[in-house]
Design a protein around this ligand. Sequence first.
Ligand SMILES: C=CC1=C(C)c2cc3[nH]c(cc4nc(cc5[nH]c(cc1n2)c(C)c5CCC(=O)O)C(CCC(=O)O)=C4C)c(C)c3C=C
Ligand SMILES: [Fe+2]
Length: 403
Amino acid sequence: MAGRPPVSRRALLGAGGAGVLAGAAGLFQVARTSSGETEADPGVIPFHGAHQAGITTPVQDRLHFAAFDLTGDDPERVVALLREWTAAAAAMTRGLPVGGGAVGGAPLAPPDDTGEALGLPASRLTLTLGFGPSFFTRLGLADRRPAALVDLPHFPGDKLDPARSGGDLCIQACADDPQVAVHAVHNLARIGFGTVSVRWSQLGFGKTSSTTPDSQTPRNMMGFKDGTNNIPGTDEALLGRHVWAAAEDGAPWMAGGSYLVARRIRMHIETWDRTSLAEQEEVFGRSKGEGASPGRSREHDPVILERMAPDAHVRLAHPDANAGARMLRRGYSFTDGTDGLGRLDAGLFFLAYQRDIDASFVRVQANLRGDRLNEYIQHVGSGVYAVPPGVREGGFWGETLFS
Ligand SMILES: C=CC1=C(C)c2cc3[nH]c(cc4nc(cc5[nH]c(cc1n2)c(C)c5CCC(=O)O)C(CCC(=O)O)=C4C)c(C)c3C=C
Ligand SMILES: [Fe+2]
């Protein structure tokens, strides 16, 4: 990329495709500032900043989540990859191709960009990187592993598939266009060849949590509004208390970062579909239509926990039942075909960001052991990741860990 003017994927295609890199400025469809930046475009979420994008960012429509394993244990090689990934991510989130692009390069070399996003705008793409516990062990950095990055205990009912769990690193790609999210992970995997390999991945659609309380709350595969009482992405006080890691938490390099828990939660959807409306509403402790809690008429009215069944999901998950524990939920629905027995392999890919995994996810999940929702769901995949702070201009993903 160095020395070359940024050219949007749309401009490239609009200009006739191959070879048109310079002089295409007049064809840009991505809004640009006078400095050549594209951040003013509502489809471009700034990549650089104090925190990584993709946490408080208003939730996009689609997800491609990928967990990677290191193929070796050389920190220098990993830093080189993180630098390369950062450059590619900064370009893709602006709607630009990776490196020299998909077309117009040396005909006898593979293109720098795989090409399937040519002609597509940035689509609010965010790329968020995390380090799993094994990352620190593999690279001899165990002393830098944050205490807040705990291994999850076994919870009753867990049936975790190792092939859908763990990973030395993860990338969460979110965008309003599935092709853009998939293209981003595809290109990071291609760049990583020889240093990392994809361990498992998950596609998601239909966001199941909102970080913007003013907009309509999305619904999960069980038909209920999900995210009503989420932490708003604009509430700096709540984010500071419950989501962002601080230097005094014990790992100064994580200040401004967060900790991600990912859980692939399968829904026994056919059983749920045969359950009465009254039972469904009791399970959650909210009405199916409005999303109101018992004794209330509107979705955002404060809940009266005592009016709910003792084993209602919201009653058990609420901060008042968990010493004030909160997390920022950012999950997506998934359907991955059928399971061979005629049942949909569908559910919730639960993603939650927090300052302290033990105090938030572990605390709440332990309290959910008596949740009536457990009759209808099963946790089948799991991962925990330290998500480092945002990237400064000229810096790279995870720089504070290695500096
Ligand atoms: C350990 C954390 C949680 C898991 C796992 C979880 C799974 C899960 N949740 C739903 C659907 C809903 N959850 C709702 C609220 C809610 N859930 C959690 C935590 C976990 N959920 C919290 C902290 C809350 C907020 C409680 C509160 O403060 O009121 C709701 C109600 C609407 C809302 O506020 O979001 C629904 C619906 C499913 C389907 C599911 C697993 C498949
Ligand atoms: Fe929930």
